[in-house]
Design a protein around this ligand. Structure first.
Ligand SMILES: [Mg+2]
Length: 259
């Protein structure tokens, strides 16, 4: 971590062999591409520079993210996307035997991935409450989560993001849902995804590079940039997503207006 970030006029000023990048606020906002991002990734692809996207968004399977990225005009296969949902499932596999019941808040795609991993989705007696972004989240679901936690379930958030950038503003993130359950139950949640280093380490191992050879590009200090730092990767903050939080204590290595 540097004490003061250096402002770059172009990312070409840096030398690196692999790119890890956030999606929301870096590659797209909602359905709209972020200016400059498509051309930049295409240039990297043409020069043979490997890249992998790391997202705290657990709404969709990696294949669905790869489809969206390709639709926007960037070459991408499912293996080039690591989601916080995948990291959360890795944690669940390490922590609970298969067949255990989990109470899951999230999209159908996320619930499908939990079932595919060998776990039952239950309303009562869950070993854990697993929370991803669910736009149908409501009071009854909060109450069910509370009851399970009071019965001993662990509270696991796929990611700590409180807000997500959209093309025309922001929406509450999965972290806000998890924290509402934490507030009601008194449970301390554990979070997967960024800023934990595991998602960065998974992406690096897929690309086959060491942390010192890669950069991590992101628009959120407390998640993207902190995760990069924890994994030992040079961090580049781009100003195309969530506005810089003056209260943030995380300092990126570099700041860039856009890709
Ligand atoms: Mg972002």
């Amino acid at each position: 971590m540097t004490s003061k970030p250096r402002r770059l006029s172009s990312i070409d000023e840096l030398q690196f062999s692999a790119v890890l990048s956030d999606l929301d606020g870096v590659v797209y906002r909602g359905e709209e591409p972020v200016p400059g991002a498509i051309a930049r990734f295409n240039r990297w692809r043409e020069t043979g520079l490997p890249y992998c996207f790391v997202t705290n968004n657990a709404e969709k399977a990696p294949a669905a993210f790869a489809d969206k990225i390709r639709r926007l005009g960037i070459d991408c296969v499912p293996d080039q996307v690591v989601t916080s949902g995948e990291i959360a499932l890795e944690y669940v596999r390490r922590t609970f035997p298969k067949g255990v019941g989990l109470y899951v808040i999230g999209t159908q795609a996320f619930k499908d991935s939990v079932v595919e991993a060998g776990y039952d989705i239950v309303e009562k007696g869950a070993a854990a409450v697993l929370v991803a972004l669910d736009r149908n989240f409501n009071y009854a679901m909060m109450a069910t989560a509370l009851t399970n936690i009071l019965g001993g379930a662990q509270l696991i958030g796929t990611n700590p993001d409180l807000v997500r950038p959209l093309s025309n503003g922001f929406e509450p993130g999965a972290g806000a849902i998890t924290q509402s359950i934490a507030a009601a139950s008194g449970a301390t949640p554990i979070f997967m995804g960024k800023p934990e280093a595991a998602i960065i380490e998974t992406a690096l191992s897929r690309l086959g590079f060491a942390p010192s050879q890669a950069i991590m590009i992101g628009d959120q200090l407390e998640t993207d940039i902190l995760a990069g730092q924890r994994a030992g990767v040079t961090s580049v903050f781009v100003e195309t997503g969530v506005p810089l939080d003056a209260r943030a204590v995380v300092t990126p290595d570099y700041i860039l207006a856009s890709l």
